[in-house]
Each structure stands twice: as structure tokens, then as C-alpha cells.
Write a protein that binds this ligand. Structure first.
Ligand SMILES: [Zn+2]
Length: 246
């Protein structure tokens, strides 16, 4: 059988519940405000796409350079063969010699063109490779940042969750000291008033401890007397009398 309690005792018990509820609310707010790493992951993914594109461009430029070098080498071989025919003494017919000279001239023009193309490809290859490497370095930094953010998130989330679990256990014990009707009234006010359903008077003894509005003297006297339940005339929260001076 529960022992009979005074309203003052009930209100003090309610205030203990309010303190625990505030702790739980703060921990929940802190969890909601934690950096989950989603932004960090998005930055990483954007960078990854860019890195992959730059790496592909670098590979393409290198391939173009190698192709050019191969073509250049084959033209050089061809030129050597034509020179051999031209000056080897096996070809003597004038028309044939003229043809060979024309071919040599054509090969020389092709060589010039390909040499220019190879130089351009080499330059592009160097540039794209440098860009790809710089981007990959940024990507590695972003990956490290993401891992650090996630680790910090998990650690803090676990701490806050443990705080909530402990506070809920404490609350389960604390509510047993509050009459159900009073608790129900408190629970009805709390969601509408930023989580504060009950408050003691301000330190000045004449204002609401939550909305800080100065209350009329009859009301504060009634709160102190604790003969009936009193609520703030402005915010509607349950008013708890100040602890008696020992
Ligand atoms: Zn108030």
C-alpha cells in the first residue's frame, strides 16, 4: 500500500522526473544533431566520379601517345627501306627512282605530322596524369575524413544511447513516487511546452521558472502554500514551490 504523501512531496517527486526527462530530451537532441557522415560520403562520391573520369582520360592520352609512337616507328622503318631501294643501286630506272623520291617526301610529311601529334599526346598525357593523381590524393583525404566522422558518430551515438537507457531506468523508478493523475497532467503539458511540464519558481521567488514571467502575488502565495495544484498563468506549466530553507 502506498503511504499517503503531501502535494508538496508529490510536486518535488514530479520535479525529479522533469530533471530526468530534460536529460533524456537533451541526449535525443544531441543524437539528432550528430554528424552521420552523409555529407562527407556525398563529397567522397562526387570526388570518386571525378577521379575515375580523370584516370580514364589519362589512360586514353597514354594510349594515344603509344599509338603515335608506334606509327612513327613504322614510318621510320618504311623510310629506311625506301632509302635502301633508292641508294642501294638495285633500282636504276628514272621513273622508279622518281617514284621512290616522291614516296620519301610523303613519308617525311607524315613523320612531321605524327611527331606533332605525339608531342601533343605526351603533353596531354602528362597533364591528365597529374590531374588524376591530384584528384586521387584528394579522394584518399576524403575517405579518411569520412572514416573519422563515422567512427566519431558511432562512439558518440553509443555514449548518448547509454545515457538515455540509464536515464530511462532512473525515470521508471522516479515516476512511482508521483501520483498517476499528476503525472498524466505533466505528460499532457510537456509536449506542448518544449518538454517542460513542471517548473519551480524562479530564484527571485516571484516568477515562473520556465517562462520567467512575473506572477501575481496571490498565485505565488498559493504555490508556496501547496494546498492545491497551481499552474503558471502565462505558460500553463505546473508550478512547484521552492524547497524550504533548512
Ligand atoms: Zn510560465
Amino acid at each position: 500500500m502506498p503511504t499517503s504523501t503531501t502535494l508538496r512531496e508529490d510536486l518535488n517527486a514530479l520535479l525529479i522526473v522533469q530533471v530526468i526527462d530534460t536529460r533524456i530530451d537533451r541526449a535525443r537532441t544531441a543524437i539528432a544533431a550528430l554528424d552521420t557522415g552523409a555529407k562527407s560520403a556525398a563529397r567522397f562520391n562526387t570526388q570518386k566520379t571525378e577521379s575515375e573520369a580523370l584516370r580514364a582520360a589519362a589512360v586514353k592520352a597514354q594510349t594515344e601517345q603509344k599509338d603515335g609512337e608506334l606509327r612513327l616507328s613504322s614510318i621510320e622503318t618504311k623510310t629506311a627501306q625506301v632509302n635502301k631501294s633508292l641508294f642501294g643501286g638495285t633500282v636504276t630506272a628514272t621513273r622508279e627512282l622518281e617514284n621512290l623520291q616522291r614516296e620519301l617526301a610523303m613519308l617525311a610529311r607524315q613523320k612531321d605530322d605524327i611527331e606533332l601529334a605525339v608531342l601533343a599526346a605526351m603533353e596531354a598525357s602528362g597533364e591528365t596524369l597529374a590531374a588524376a593523381e591530384a584528384s586521387e590524393q584528394t579522394l584518399a583525404t576524403l575517405a579518411a575524413q569520412y572514416r573519422a566522422t563515422r567512427a566519431a558518430y558511432k562512439e558518440r551515438h553509443a555514449e548518448l544511447t547509454a545515457e538515455i537507457t540509464a536515464a530511462e531506468t532512473e525515470k521508471a523508478a522516479a515516476v512511482t513516487a508521483v501520483p498517476p493523475a499528476l503525472l498524466a497532467r505533466y505528460d499532457a503539458i510537456r509536449p506542448k511546452r518544449d518538454g517542460i511540464g513542471a517548473t519551480s519558481l524562479d530564484t527571485d521567488g516571484v516568477s515562473c521558472g520556465a517562462c520567467h514571467t512575473k506572477l501575481n502575488t496571490t498565485l505565488t502565495a498559493d504555490v508556496r502554500a501547496s494546498q492545491s495544484l497551481q499552474t503558471c498563468e502565462y505558460c500553463g506549466r505546473i508550478l512547484v514551490p521552492p524547497a524550504p530553507v533548512p
